[in-house]
Design a protein around this ligand. Structure first.
Ligand code: THU
Length: 136
């Protein structure tokens, strides 16, 4: 699975974004250690707080199918009808990543296109994160 392919999957998943309130459409493609891809889009709610981000949609799909180990995630976002912009994951999504991913090796790809993207580790985006290891 190449980075390009993962980003392409995220772009395709974004097409399903349900975001009538913000008109900000996000897509994510999560690569499991099993080599399979779990996609997600943001799903908004008239009760705004019930909104779910694209990243968490992807994680919850995977975890609810028994997959708990992941290699990478590609994230794309932008206003409906406009070019993609760099879309960093929100704090809650970073915390969910911390639950299931290695801070050192989990790769987070923030993409504007298949060719134009930046890569971060979870540790870079959530330094000194609190995770399962802290409760051992
Ligand atoms: N959103 C995501 O899906 N992922 C992010 O990383 C940032 C924000 C969504 C939530 C909401 O539907 C919209 O973008 C605006 O906040």
């Amino acid at each position: 699975m190449s980075d390009r392919e993962l980003i392409r999957e995220a772009i395709q998943a974004r097409a399903y974004s349900y975001s009538p309130y913000s008109r900000f459409q996000v897509g994510a493609a999560l690569l499991g250690s099993d080599g399979r891809i779990y996609t997600g889009c943001n799903i908004e709610s008239a009760s705004y707080g019930a909104t779910n981000c694209a990243e968490r949609t992807a994680f919850y799909k995977a975890v609810s199918q028994g997959i708990r180990s992941f290699q990478a995630i590609a994230i794309v976002g932008g206003k409906e009808g406009e070019d993609l912009e760099l879309c960093p994951p929100c704090g809650i999504c970073r915390q969910v990543m911390m639950e299931f991913c290695s801070p050192d090796s989990f790769r987070i790809l923030l993409a504007k296109s298949e060719e134009d993207y930046e890569e971060f580790s979870l540790k870079e985006l959530l330094p000194l994160g609190f995770g399962p290891g802290n409760l051992k």
